[in-house]
Design a protein around this ligand. Structure first.
Ligand code: AMP
Length: 296
C-alpha cells in the first residue's frame, strides 16, 4: 500500500471564460488541473485523465512539474475536452456556453497496479459512470466525491450509485438542494448522509462551509475576498486542497480551512494564474484569519 499520496481523476480541459469584465480563450482548466494545483502542496499526486494531441506544451509541462505519477494520463489522437462558461452580472450564476467532449467522449479510465493501491482518491468532477469505474478498479480506503448540477439533473441514477460508494461528498448549497429538495444546507447535508456517506461538506460561497457527520456539525467561515476576477475552478481547488490534506493525515476541519484559503485566492485571478503563483505568506495569512473566526 502506498502511504500519503492522492489519486485525482477528473477532467482536463481547455476553457473559454467570460466574466462581466473580461473574456479569455485557451485557458488551461478542468477539474483535475485545478485540484492538482492545490493538492500537490500537501501530498504526492497521481493523475487519471485524458488529453488530445492538441494539448499545449505549457499544460504538459505543468502536469510534469506538479504530478508525481502520470502513468494513467492518456494522450490520444483528437482534441482535448473544451468548455466555455459565462458568469452573469452577479458573478455567482454561470451558464455553460459549449461543451466539446473531444477525446473525453471515448475515455475509459484504466488504473495501473500502483494507482489501484493509492489509499485516498479524489473523484473530481466528471461523468458519474467514469467515477464509478475508478471506484470499481481501486483498493482505496477513502473516496472523496465532487460533482455538479449537470450530473444531478441528467445522470441521477448513476450519481446515486457513486454516492452510495463514496465516503465524503463535497457540494455547494444549490447542488445540495437539487439532490434533497431541502433549501436549508444543514438539513440537506444531514439528509445526504442517508446514502451511507460518512461526511458531507456543503460549500456556502461567501458564507463559508458546513461540515456534517453523524456526530458533528461545524461551520467554517470564508475569507473576505476583495475583488473576484474569475470564479472558475474554485470548487476544484477546494476539493484538491481538502483531499490533499486528508491524504497527508490532516483532519477535516483543518482541511476545510486550508481549502477555503486556497479557493479564495483562486477567485482573485483568471483561471489558475493566481493560485499557481501565490506566496506561502498569502496562504498562511488567510488560514490564520479563518482559524481566528472558527467557532467550536
Ligand atoms: P468549477 O468552477 O470548480 O466548477 O470548475 C470549472 C472547471 O470544470 C472548468 O475548468 C471546466 O473545464 C470543468 N468542467 C466544466 N464542465 C465540466 C463537465 N461537464 N465535466 C467535467 N469538467 C467540467
Amino acid at each position: 500500500m502506498i502511504e500519503s499520496s492522492l489519486l485525482i481523476a477528473g477532467s482536463i480541459a481547455i476553457d473559454t471564460i467570460e466574466t462581466p469584465e473580461d473574456r479569455r480563450e485557451n485557458v488551461l482548466g478542468g477539474s483535475v488541473t485545478y485540484a492538482l494545483i492545490a493538492a500537490h502542496r500537501y501530498v504526492p499526486c497521481h493523475v487519471v485523465g485524458i488529453i488530445g494531441t492538441d494539448f499545449p506544451k505549457e499544460g504538459k509541462d505543468l502536469y510534469q512539474s506538479l504530478a508525481s505519477n502520470l502513468s494513467d494520463l492518456q494522450e490520444v489522437p483528437g482534441s482535448t475536452f473544451s468548455w466555455g462558461g459565462r458568469y452573469l452580472n452577479n458573478w455567482d450564476d454561470r451558464e455553460t456556453l459549449f461543451t466539446d467532449l473531444g477525446v473525453f467522449g471515448d475515455f475509459k479510465p484504466l488504473l495501473c497496479e500502483e494507482n489501484k493501491n493509492v489509499k485516498t482518491v479524489l473523484l473530481a468532477n466528471i461523468h458519474p459512470e467514469l467515477q464509478n469505474s475508478i471506484i470499481d478498479q481501486s483498493e482505496a480506503d477513502i473516496f472523496i466525491l465532487d460533482t455538479m448540477n449537470l450530473w444531478i439533473n441528467t445522470t441521477r441514477p448513476q450519481l446515486e450509485d457513486v454516492l452510495k460508494k463514496a465516503n465524503i461528498l463535497l457540494l455547494n448549497e444549490s447542488e445540495a438542494e437539487l439532490l434533497t429538495n431541502y433549501s436549508d444546507p444543514q438539513k440537506a447535508g444531514t439528509e445526504l448522509l442517508n446514502y451511507g456517506l460518512e461526511k458531507v461538506i456543503v460549500k456556502l460561497g461567501s458564507d463559508g462551509a458546513l461540515f456534517i457527520s453523524e456526530t458533528d456539525q461545524i461551520r467554517i467561515g470564508a475569507y473576505p475576498v476583495e475583488k473576484v476576477v474569475d470564479p472558475t475552478g474554485a470548487g476544484d481547488v477546494f476539493a484538491g486542497a481538502f483531499s490533499g490534506i486528508l491524504a497527508a493525515g490532516g483532519n477535516e476541519v483543518e482541511a476545510i480551512i486550508q481549502a477555503s484559503a486556497l479557493a479564495s485566492i483562486c477567485v482573485e485571478g483568471f483561471g489558475a494564474e493566481k493560485v499557481l503563483n501565490c506566496s506561502i505568506e498569502d496562504v498562511t495569512d488567510r488560514i490564520s484569519y479563518l482559524q481566528s473566526i472558527l467557532e467550536l
